[in-house]
Write a protein that binds this ligand. Structure first.
Ligand SMILES: *Cc1c(COP(=O)(O)O)cnc(C)c1O
Length: 410
């Protein structure tokens, strides 16, 4: 995994150059586009600091990234910044997910939810088109720790879902529950499966054992396609391991979701969907006639500034800078776990992730409230509380939490 880090000066030049290649509503006679720059009464484009602020300048220029820019032609009006989005998709697919020189498709979605829905929609269309089956012959398998965007997608797309169980302590998907999912699905007339694996769940930071689970599915003689939900772990896990199981080197994997607006700290609206070539086409909306290059995405118009923001963050750090940042967060998490061990407090943690999920009985609601810990479910019967070690989680705050915990544990 490698990509170069750029200086602020280099980033500025690339972004301003791209904006210049876009159509300028001020300089060209633009009569037909139902779009424009941001309202100048409110967002003046002559504020002096904008010359130094590529992201804010992109926001104000307001390029529309409608469509998918890794495919064919797209709206020439915003060609300059579309190229930045294409580079971003290439960086994610080829560098983070080790795709080598292979080409991939993808786009910056509104979030992990949209990217997961896009993935399930595409695989549903794949089975419908290639195997001539109906929606009721396609099932979606995911674990009980998976994100709620999976049941949301199944509901929207009228697909049956089969939820596998996990062990309460290890959060590992169990074999009997996968067997039961497949058996129940076959009883329901399901012939093809969309399998979603977690490259870190939201609540535990647990990572599904992809080889084990695909091995079980192979033994059961199932026809399936795999999507990886890396909305939480996508900018963490691959930077903490050399293992290639959760990369495009693993031929079983068809697509990935990752979220810029979690660990990467980009603005909301920066989910990313990545897929192998040949799949984006299943989401083609033939009727999108007014969009040059048509549309292959769930959302329609979307902000080019969002793609630029994610690209800027990745280019500022470079691969080595981002690895170093993740390493530092993981060692802060190691230290917290050591402190919990000394106190005999039970928790779940994947050593390659920055989430520590503590058994409910060790934490009072008052303590959880004081430190804004997040419960597994909001209600009276909280089984787990989680800590996510982000940039803003300073050692001093962890120490004061541990002090308060000591007082409670007595
Ligand atoms: C946050 C998250 C999502 C959904 O992402 P949004 O950006 O909030 O739509 C999906 N999956 C996982 C694992 C997540 O952590």
């Amino acid at each position: 995994m490698y990509w170069e880090s750029y200086s602020h000066q280099q980033i500025k030049e690339i972004v301003f150059d791209a904006l210049e290649q876009n159509l300028d509503y001020r300089e060209k006679p633009v009569l037909g586009l139902p779009a424009s720059y941001l309202d100048t009464e409110v967002f003046y484009n002559d504020a002096p600091f904008l010359k130094d602020a590529p992201f804010l300048s992109a926001l104000i220029a307001n390029p529309n990234h409608i469509g998918c820019h890794t495919l064919n032609e797209s709206e020439a009006a915003f060609e300059g910044t579309h190229k930045i989005e294409k580079e971003l998709i290439d960086l994610c697919a080829q560098q983070i997910f080790e795709g080598g020189n292979e080409e991939f498709d993808g786009y910056v979605a509104s979030g992990g939810t949209e990217a997961n829905i896009q993935a399930i929609w595409i695989l549903k269309r794949y089975f419908e088109v290639e195997f001539k089956v109906k929606a009721n012959e396609i099932g979606v398998i995911f674990s009980e720790d998976a994100h709620y965007s999976m049941p949301k997608a199944c509901n929207l797309l009228s697909l049956k879902s089969y939820v596998s169980k996990v062990d309460d302590t290890t959060r590992r998907v169990t074999k009997p529950s996968i067997d039961a999912c497949v058996e129940n699905a076959k009883d329901d007339g399901v012939k093809h499966f969309i399998v979603v694996m977690n490259m870190s769940t939201t609540m535990f930071g647990s990572v599904d054992d992809i080889n084990e689970i695909t091995g079980w599915l192979d033994d059961l003689d199932t026809n399936y396609m795999v999507h990886i939900d890396g909305a939480f772990g996508g900018y963490i896990y691959p930077f903490a391991t050399d293992n290639l199981d959760y990369t495009f080197q693993n031929q079983k994997i068809n697509s990935f979701t990752l979220d810029g607006h979690k660990m990467l700290q980009s603005p909301y609206g920066t989910g990313i969907y990545l897929t192998r070539k040949g799949f984006m086409e299943y989401a083609l909306t033939e009727e999108a006639n007014y969009v040059k290059g048509k549309d292959y995405t769930l959302v329609g118009s979307r902000s080019g500034a969002n793609a630029i923001a994610v690209w800027m963050i990745m280019r500022t750090y470079g691969a080595e800078g981002w690895k170093a940042k993740i390493k530092q967060l993981l060692s802060k998490t190691d230290r917290l776990c050591g402190n919990l061990n000394e106190r005999g407090v039970e928790y779940f943690r994947n050593p390659k992730m920055n989430i520590v999920t503590i058994r409910g009985k060790y934490v009072s609601p008052a303590l959880a409230k004081k430190y804004t810990l997040v419960p597994d479910s909001h209600g009276t019967n909280v089984k787990w509380w989680k800590i996510v070690v982000m940039d803003h989680v300073r050692q001093g705050v962890i120490d004061s939490f541990l002090n308060d915990l000591d007082t409670e544990l007595g």
